[in-house]
Ligand binder design. Sequence first.
Ligand code: ZN
Ligand code: ZN
Length: 367
Amino acid sequence: MVRHRRFASVKDLRAVLADTIPSDVYHSCAYYENPDFDMDKKSWIGSDLVFDIDADHIPTTCNKIHDEFRCLKCGFSGRGITPESCPCCEATKFETKIWACNLCIQSAREETAKLMDILENDFGFSQNEIRVFFSGHRGYHVHIESEVVHSLDAMARKEIVDYVTGLGLAILDKEAKEKKSKRRNKASSKFNLHNYGWNRRIKIGMQNFLLDATKEDLKEIGLKNRALLENRDTVIQRAITEGRWESIHGVSNQTWLKLAECIRENQASKIDTVVTTDIHRLIRMNGTLHGKTGLKKIEFPAKNLEDFDPFIGAVAFRRGEVKVLVSDAPEFRLGEQTLGPYKNQTVTLPTAAAIMLICKRRAEVAC
Ligand SMILES: [Zn+2]
Ligand SMILES: [Zn+2]
């Protein structure tokens, strides 16, 4: 890892990259008086506000199929999300084999859409201020570079993270609720929602849920209350629109709380919280290749989130073919083509596909 470099121009940077050919390139999200000094002498001026949404942090159903980890100390191995520490020996270093499939990307895209909705509608950033990138692997980066965010310290950024992830809502969290009721010196057991921020989000979420929900949907979230579905329009009108939460026969405060909790869970954006709070964060440089895929980190207009297909738009190598010996690869899509699965076989692949398998250490160039 080569750090603490500064470049006077893009031309200088390009020259160094062409000369050293690093597998990954990052830049700091911070602004410093002296970027090339040691950390404690850099003099921090400010920092962009960055969010990282990665399938690593989203409990998808596909990770059990295509992700594996193995503890480097004791050899314990498993499938799915890599644990923070080994359940056998508590070591924290793992060898991982992870894959990015369409479902990973779709899940990350949904979390990114939730984040952008919060940034626009609750924080008031305009679409022009929100830069969105495909990360080059299986997620998205969202950057806000406006001057208004530069001076936010780590605590302030933690507050933003809490908001985005729906943490510490007075209406739902026991601790926050107790604090509030102590302050007001009365029990705040009555369920109520106002019309701003998360309260508004939960209201809209409840309304949408109630409009479409089946008995099975209710059961899935642990509710048996049929009264919620029997006369949906009345329930929505009286409770959600008029705020008469106690007027629905057979629907208690506890039921509303449970439903609200599910909506919160569903609407919270599963960002990597550590990235956003770090005011010295390094983040992959736009336009460079990801060392695990050979795909580009690439920016696209925020409004195109739904339509941008990373397996087409982020492909860097669009010409030629390479003959490779593949040890093991699931079926995957790159560009317009679906390839694989492969197991211990020599195949001739489009350059981008060959590079992806080589980067993932699942293939070698065949002679
Ligand atoms: Zn272990
Ligand atoms: Zn997947």
